[in-house]
Design a binder for this molecule. Sequence first.
Ligand code: GLN
Length: 473
Amino acid sequence: MATLEYLSIKQAHDLLINKQVSAKELVQYYLDRIAKYDDKINACLFVRKKNALKQAEKVDAKIARGEEIGLLEGIPYTAKDMFLTAGVPTTAASKILRNFIPPHSATAINKLKSSGAILIAKVNQDEFAHGGSTENSAYKKTANPWNKNHVPGGSSGGSAAAVAADFGIFSLGTDTGGSIRQPASYCGVIGFKPTYGRVSRYGVVAMASSFDCIGPITRNAEDAEIVLHTIEGKDSMDSTTIESNSSDENTIENLTVGIAKEYDGDSMQTANDLLTSVGHTVKEIELPDSELALAAYYVLVPSEISSNLERYDGIRYGARAKATSLNETYTKTRDEFFGPEVKRRNMIGTYSLSAGYYDAYYEKAMQVRTLLCKQFNELFKMCDVIVTPTTLSPAFAFGAKTDPLQMYKEDILTVSSNLAGVPAISIPIGFDEATKLPLGLHIIGRQGEDTTVLALAKQIQANSDWHQRRPKL
Ligand code: GLN
């Protein structure tokens, strides 16, 4: 049998159509890998063995009949536990959804299913996607495959770790303030957050609805593009979705690339040299005020969280605490089954939305959001894309950021693109000398120009090999 380690979508597809491997063998390969290594990595919350193999058999039968198969047919993937998956447990890594089995699937999951991709596992995350290390999961701590004493990032830490550890060919994540890009950066893989509204949020556990984006975590930019074009598009179940012209073949000759002068580490120098060598013009720019953006984010997002999480009342979904009255049911359930970070955000949000504080916090933060969008529009008149590091430092050790504010500061470079709704990707750009952990390059594009961002990522990959390095498990 052909070697199956770290396949891309295209490579796996070629092996399938050339009958060098069957879809069943492919699924079994990932199930075996999960069985062998996941007690060290702890990425998976639920592994879907029987049904995944059954789905693979159908693909094999199709190939045996000589029928053509699509690019994603028979391709095994994992999904963050934020995605509703019919008949498959969905917990959002919270105790409050401990026994929740959804009756229907998210649009993105349905689209992948129709294209023949095979869901093999639901993976770990911070509870309700609140966090940046996956340490807030109510179930377990996922390790960074590059160094198991370090976090994989978050909140889609399980997804990034699963892709880096080869527990599936790609993963689906969610990004409200960096949760696809930051873990991708920490784990040495690719994470793409599309333009807000490009991918339907229907059937994805809501965090902050005007920020939440759905996107792929992959091992190369081509795969990210394939997955994006499969899950994007207008959805009658999510009124914020937009029609996307996925056929746009964006030419990326001589782009003007804005590089922020305040971030001038080694990885930025590497990026600068690489971009110039392939014919782009690099220009120093001043980024919109990142500290203001972070402050606005941590008012607006908890506000939306406090409204979205009202539905977890012990009546409609999941766990219910023992209580003697209706009010006690609400309060005891939320007290017993929400973790500390979820409670903190609910309290901050409720506070900043309440009469008397609304003007001082929520409204002010909304003004900052508008200002930031304007600043991005101005910047995008001067350059086609903006690059920064994805994070200020590589993956940190478990327990290193116990103060919530320290953890929030990790998001300083990623939240702006969610406030402005623009597309952004993180791709590997080398390794930190001291820790030997992966570093990520963050490319931000104009609203709707997702394919430009992806095309540039592909070009950088064609001229480097950081995305091909693998951790020893
Ligand atoms: N780390 C950020 C936060 O805690 C981002 C979370 C996310 O994108 N889901 O809010």
